[in-house]
Design a protein around this ligand. Structure first.
Ligand code: SAM
Length: 244
């Protein structure tokens, strides 16, 4: 089930382009690509480096541990890959710098971006991250995938791309999968209800009888109640910290 829009261009700029290879082989990325709704590429941060040995990092001004990704290497990568000036690129594309200190990427943002399908470039950091001028003058947004520190942006980019692509038509084998998912409107933004499958009894652990009864109205009511109870026990989105 494709649509008439051009494929959504998502480029991941990384020191490890091969990390993205397997993603293209599996759903939902493969489905969306085959159906023409996605054009996912991995771009090598080193490829256009103007420095000797295609260097991209350097020691931090002011001292301290670790290396910092250089602004000149990042801009050279972007202008080289797109054959466009940075100002033009920023006007055309969403340029995301991944950082644990960014805005949290959540389901609402995934829905918004997948509806807009603005061409998107995701910058994966490594080491101590990017020279801050990348945040200030290159990126159009700073995004975090959660309140923890990863060793690099690649797993964050992969999580984001997967969550975004699930929202594209035809990306999932069964479109209905999105309707009752955790965070969906149908469940008031709460947790999904529990699922069970065969065997009906495993080590004495049974399956709720109502699910085998075939009464769809009652099952729907039961599921909503279960979703609400599960959400109350453990809200699915991180609650804001209360430091008072
Ligand atoms: N020194 C940085 C700090 O304290 O904020 C952490 C750098 S981290 C080791 C290396 C890179 O991993 C970052 O530049 C970023 O691109 C990526 N990264 C780490 N945690 C992330 C998160 N929660 N969300 C998105 N990207 C993350």
């Amino acid at each position: 089930m494709s649509d008439q829009l051009p494929p959504w261009s998502i480029d991941v700029v990384t020191l490890f382009p091969h990390w993205l290879d397997w993603m293209r082989e599996v759903r939902p990325i493969r489905n969306a690509t085959e159906q023409g709704s996605l054009d996912l590429r991995a771009l090598d941060l080193r490829e256009h480096s103007p420095l000797k040995h295609r260097q991209v990092d350097d020691t931090p001004y002011g001292g301290g541990a670790g290396m910092v990704l250089r602004i000149d290497a990042v801009v050279a990568a972007l202008e080289g890959h797109y054959a466009q000036e940075l100002a033009e690129l920023r006007a055309e594309r969403r340029i995301v710098v991944l950082t644990p200190a960014g805005r949290i990427f959540d389901d609402a943002l995934a829905i918004e971006w997948a509806a807009e399908r603005r061409p998107t470039t995701i910058l994966c950091g490594r080491y101590e991250g990017f020279d801050y001028r990348v945040h200030e003058h290159v990126a159009t947004e700073e995004i975090s995938v959660g309140p923890y520190v990863l060793s690099g942006g690649e797993p964050a980019a992969m999580a984001m791309v997967d969550a975004l692509v699930r929202k594209l038509p035809g990306a999932l084998g069964n479109e209905g999968s999105l309707d009752d998912e955790t965070f969906s409107d149908a469940l008031a933004g709460g947790a999904e209800y529990p699922h069970y499958t065969r065997p009906a009894d495993f080590r004495g652990w049974g399956v709720p009888e109502i699910l085998a009864g075939g009464h769809h109205g009652e099952i729907a009511k039961w599921r909503l109640a279960q979703s609400a109870a599960r959400t109350e026990r453990q809200p699915p989105a991180a609650a804001p910290r209360d430091d008072s």
